[in-house]
Ligand binder design. Structure first.
Ligand SMILES: [Zn+2]
Length: 538
């Protein structure tokens, strides 16, 4: 029997989700105990307690995975979140809400305590057009909040609706004002805050959006510089140390009108990527964070040391939240080939930079990188090595035990070497750069599949691993061409991930007949080569 204080609605929700996941009945009391502090949980005989709801969920998750566990479990990091990218008809956009609620709960038991999303204005002409997505996002935020998680609204500083005022649009080009690369993923509808009326229009669009979100109680709000966003014009350059700072300074009071209790987050994502001078944006941001009262409500800074180390080697005046890459690395369409486990890379990044970060907010496009999410989370939560977490994951989520567990873990680990691939979206050819282990993985995963109980064989987490093994085997047999066998597995992946309506080139498995020539069909395309960093991400 699971006992808890029935007057605590959040605790009741956690208890219900906990009970649903219990594999064997037990007598246990779930309890909020303020004396433990916000980020510590304990598991004792008959009692699971923590100083906050999300930490209680984390402690309860330990018990679900191992009912014999006992001890006190402080989190190394206060902020362990997940960014659910929601765009181009991807998994967050299209999966049934009930499935996503379950998934949020699953992640909570692994230690996610914050959910972040972005309502990308560029998809719409006005908030009326955004209604469907808005309501879905609000439902997801409310669910996360009902489980005791923090909720985080992320925005781009100068973003705009797709029919934004043409004369006030931002520059994204390079070859001037210190810019040596064009701005990454710029939609070309963003607004320049330096043009007369530009800042007013940015504020106007922002208010239109915030008005619709006013009944959601955000804990954190970020205002980001680039990707997609920014302006490289002479008056805004260098964006991260000039136009961006002016825009954020003006926007914070507006956000505060709607969400007076929210803490703010700024971002150094892609600072230095496009400019010849790699440090000027960091230097100017550090200066205002240290000295400018207009930025006093900024609680955190997002920066990812995998791509730029300045923020973790200099005093930026704020704790740093990492933005580790788990979704897009070296294989596109993202998730188009099933699971993409990267235990080696994630472990390496954590060993290098883990102690420099106060939290993490991985970028998620779907369930296909579920293993990566858990590996990152457990590393930052309690320093758990990725090899150990992977086995814990396979044991708990897929109920694989004993010798079979080790076999499965080895096959999944081998998938990292065969992940990198070059996709030609015109010919549909996919060249896997290091195919050596593909036959081993396919043989192992196929044999293991036959030994699993029927419900595990059909589970979404297993199918992502299974399809990856199958599609890589099929690609190898077809000389990396899109054979009918390959295409059929792509279709199965599409159905598994609810991507039938996905419009994004990088979100939709390569099932269609057409040669894909445009990444963002509604934006003007730049004919300038993207940066090496951007190419690496894609
Ligand atoms: Zn500008």
């Amino acid at each position: 029997m699971v006992r808890y204080d029935k007057n605590d609605a959040i605790l009741a929700n956690i208890a219900a989700a906990f009970e649903k996941r219990l594999r064997t009945p037990c007598d246990v009391t779930l309890e909020i105990d303020q004396t433990l502090g916000e980020y510590t949980g304990v598991v004792e005989d008959g009692r699971i307690a923590a100083g906050s709801h999300s930490q209680l969920m984390e402690a309860a998750g330990r018990f679900l995975r191992n009912p014999a566990v006992r001890g006190s479990f402080p989190s190394q990091k206060p902020l362990c979140g997940m960014y659910f990218a929601s765009h181009f008809g991807n998994y967050t956009d299209e999966a049934p809400l009930e499935e996503l609620y379950e998934y949020i709960d699953d992640l909570g038991f692994w230690g996610v305590n914050t959910l972040k999303m972005w309502l990308d204005l560029h998809h719409f002409r006005n908030m009326g057009e955004a209604r469907h997505k808005l309501e879905r996002q609000k439902a997801l935020y409310r669910h996360a909040k009902s489980m005791g998680m923090q909720i985080w609204l992320t925005t781009i500083s100068n973003e705009a609706f797709r029919d934004s005022v043409r004369a006030l649009r931002a520059d994204w080009t390079c070859g001037h004002d210190g810019y040596v690369y064009p701005l990454n993923d710029h939609f070309h509808v963003e607004i320049c805050p330096s043009k007369p009326g530009g800042l007013d229009l940015i504020k106007h669009y922002r208010r239109a959006m915030l008005e619709e979100f006013r009944d959601v109680e955000f804990d954190l709000i970020s205002i980001s510089p680039y990707d997609e966003g920014g302006c490289s014009c002479s008056a805004c350059a260098p964006w991260g140390g000039n136009g961006y700072l002016r825009t954020v300074r003006e926007l914070i009071p507006i956000y505060k009108e709607y969400f007076p209790n929210a803490r703010f987050v700024m971002s150094a994502w892609q600072f230095g990527t496009f400019l010849e001078n790699k440090t000027v944006e960091f230097e100017r941001l550090a200066d205002v964070l240290h000295n400018d009262e207009g930025f006093r409500d900024v609680a955190y800074l997002v920066s990812e040391p995998q791509y730029a180390q300045y923020a973790v080697t200099h005093d930026m005046g704020r704790p740093i939240i990492g933005f580790p890459e788990i979704s897009m690395f070296r294989a596109s369409p993202w998730g188009g080939y099933g699971a993409n486990p990267m235990p080696g890379k994630i472990g390496e990044l954590y060993d290098k930079y883990g102690d420099k970060l106060s939290g993490i907010m991985p970028y998620s496009e779907g369930l296909y990188e579920d293993i990566n999410k858990i590996l990152v989370l457990r590393a930052h939560r309690d320093g758990s090595p990725t090899a150990k977490t992977l086995r814990e994951y396979l044991g708990y989520e897929l109920r694989i035990e004993g010798e079979l567990l080790e076999r499965t873990a080895r096959a999944v680990e081998a998938m990292e070497a065969t992940l990198a691939r070059k996709w030609d979206r015109t010919t549909h050819r996919v060249e896997i750069l290091d195919p050596e282990k593909i036959p081993f993985i396919e043989k192992e995963i196929t044999e293991i599949h036959a030994l699993l109980p029927a419900d595990v064989q059909k589970s979404r987490r297993w199918l992502h691993l299974y399809y990856r093994a199958l599609v890589d085997g099929a690609l190898l047999r077809a000389g990396f061409e899109r054979s009918e066998e390959v295409r059929e597995i792509y279709r199965r992946i599409m159905h598994l991930c609810h991507l039938e309506n996905a419009t994004g080139v990088y979100q939709r498995p390569d099932v269609d007949d057409v040669a894909i020539t445009e990444v963002y069909p509604d934006s003007e395309e730049s004919d300038i080569e993207p940066t090496p960093e951007a190419q690496n991400q894609n």
